[in-house]
Design a protein around this ligand. Structure first.
Ligand SMILES: NC(=O)c1ccc[n+]([C@@H]2O[C@H](COP(=O)([O-])OP(=O)(O)OC[C@H]3O[C@@H](n4cnc5c(N)ncnc54)[C@H](O)[C@@H]3O)[C@@H](O)[C@H]2O)c1
Length: 346
C-alpha cells in the first residue's frame, strides 16, 4: 500500500472536528499532529479524538519540524490563515487552508506568491465545490441540461448569534459577512458561471446589534457571456442555515441547496435529450442527492490525491484569491454606494 499522507491540523476548534472525521474515513491520509495556541482547546479536542500527547502542540513552529507532517490543514481564525499557511509552506509542507483564504486580498497575494516560490501545493477549502448537490448541479449544467445560463443566484443565510468563535473572532469589524461566510456563495457562482467583472451591493445592520459589522448584504454582479447574478448573505437571519441556489438557463432551471436530499430540475421537453428525464415545461424533476454540506472527506481526499499524483490543487490559491477579490469589491460597493470593477490582479 502507498504511504499515507501525514496531516497536521492547526486550530482545534469547531471545524477541526469535521476535518478529523474526514481524515479518519480515508485510507490515503492519517492525522499525525495537532496544534492550538490554547491548551484547553487541545484538551477539548483530544478528549473527542484521542491522540498521543507528544503529537499535540501549542507551538506551531515546533510541530512544523516533524518529518511525518507532509501537509497542514489550517483551521484557525481567518486573520491567521496567511501567516500559518506561509510558515507551513516555507517549512516544506503542503497546505489546505480553510475558507475564506484570508480577509485581506494582499495576504491572498502573498500566499499565492509563497506557494509559487516554494513549489508547495496550496488548496483553499471552498468546500461547496465538493458538496454532492452542487457537484450534481454543475454536472447538469456542463452537460447542457438547462441550456445557456442567463441568471444565477446563491445565498448564505446562517444565524451566527451563538457562534462568535473562540475569543470572539467572528465578532470583529474586519470579519465582514460576505467574506467570512458569503464567500461560499460567491465561490459557488464563480465555479459555475465564471469570474464576475463588476458588482453593486447594499448592506444593513439590523439583526446582530452588538456585533460591530453589517450583518446583511445583497450584491448583484455581471458574469461573462452576459450572465447576471445575485448573492444574498445574512448572518443574523432567523431560519435554518441554507445556501439555496437557483441557476436559470435557456432550457431549464435548477434549484439546489446544501441541506436538501433532492435537487429540483425544471426542464423544457426537447428532442435532443440525452438520458436526462424530461417532463413537461413547468414540471419538476426531483433528483436525489446525498446531504453532505461539509464534505471534508471529499475535500481532503482531493487534496491528498493532488499530493500523491503530483497534480495542481483544486481550488488552488489563485481561485481562493479570486473569490476574496469579488467579496472585497462587494464590501467596497456597499460602503461607497458605487458599482465596483473587480481587481483580480495577483
Ligand atoms: N468550510 C466551512 O464551511 C467552515 C465552517 C466553519 C468554519 N470555517 C472556517 O474555519 C476556521 C475556523 O473556524 P472555527 O469555527 O473552527 O473556529 P473556532 O473559533 O471554533 O476555532 C479556531 C481555533 O483556532 C485556534 N487558534 C487561533 N489562532 C491560532 C494560532 N495562531 N495557532 C494555533 N491555533 C490557533 C483557536 O484557539 C481555536 O481553537 C475559520 O477560518 C472559519 O471561517 C469553515
Amino acid at each position: 500500500m502507498n504511504k499515507k499522507i501525514g496531516l497536521a491540523i492547526v486550530g482545534t476548534g469547531s471545524i477541526s472536528r469535521l476535518h478529523t472525521q474526514g481524515i479518519n474515513r480515508l485510507d490515503c491520509a492519517e492525522l499525525v499532529a495537532v496544534c492550538d495556541i490554547h491548551q484547553e482547546q487541545l484538551d477539548w479536542y483530544t478528549n473527542l479524538y484521542p491522540i498521543a500527547a507528544d503529537r499535540c502542540y501549542t507551538d506551531y513552529d515546533e510541530m512544523l519540524k516533524r518529518d511525518d507532517v507532509d501537509a497542514v490543514i489550517v483551521c484557525t481564525n481567518d486573520t491567521t490563515h496567511c501567516y500559518l499557511s506561509v510558515r507551513a509552506m516555507r517549512a516544506g509542507k503542503d497546505v489546505l487552508c480553510e475558507k475564506p483564504m484570508t480577509l485581506d486580498i494582499n495576504e491572498c497575494r502573498e500566499m499565492v506568491r509563497v506557494a509559487e516560490e516554494t513549489g508547495r501545493r496550496l488548496m483553499v477549502g471552498q468546500v461547496c465545490r465538493k458538496t454532492p448537490a452542487f457537484v450534481k448541479a454543475k454536472e447538469l449544467i456542463d452537460e447542457g441540461a438547462i441550456g445557456e445560463l442567463f441568471f444565477v443566484e446563491s445565498e448564505y443565510a446562517h444565524d451566527y448569534i451563538n457562534s462568535p468563535g473562540i475569543d470572539n473572532w467572528r465578532k470583529t469589524p474586519e470579519r465582514h459577512p460576505i467574506i467570512g461566510g458569503g464567500c461560499h456563495a460567491v465561490d459557488l457562482l464563480r465555479w459555475i458561471a465564471g469570474d464576475p467583472t463588476e458588482v453593486f451591493a447594499y448592506a444593513n445592520h439590523k439583526m446582530l446589534q452588538d456585533w460591530p459589522i453589517d450583518d446583511c448584504v445583497i450584491s448583484v454582479m455581471k458574469f461573462p457571456n452576459n450572465v447576471i447574478g445575485k448573492v444574498f448573505t445574512s448572518i443574523g437571519c432567523k431560519r435554518r442555515y441554507t445556501m439555496r441556489t437557483v441557476l436559470y438557463g435557456s432550457k431549464g432551471t435548477i434549484i439546489v441547496d446544501n441541506l436538501s436530499d433532492t435537487l429540483s430540475l425544471f426542464r423544457e421537453k426537447s428532442d435532443d435529450d440525452k438520458g436526462i428525464p424530461v417532463l413537461y415545461q413547468s414540471s419538476e424533476i426531483k433528483i436525489p442527492v446525498e446531504v453532505n454540506s461539509h464534505n471534508m472527506e471529499g475535500e481532503i481526499r482531493d487534496f491528498c490525491n493532488c499530493i500523491i499524483n503530483n497534480t495542481p490543487a483544486n481550488p488552488d490559491g489563485e481561485q481562493g484569491l479570486r473569490t476574496v477579490a469579488v467579496c472585497d469589491a462587494i464590501v467596497q460597493s456597499s460602503k461607497k454606494g458605487e458599482k465596483i470593477e473587480i481587481d483580480y490582479s495577483l
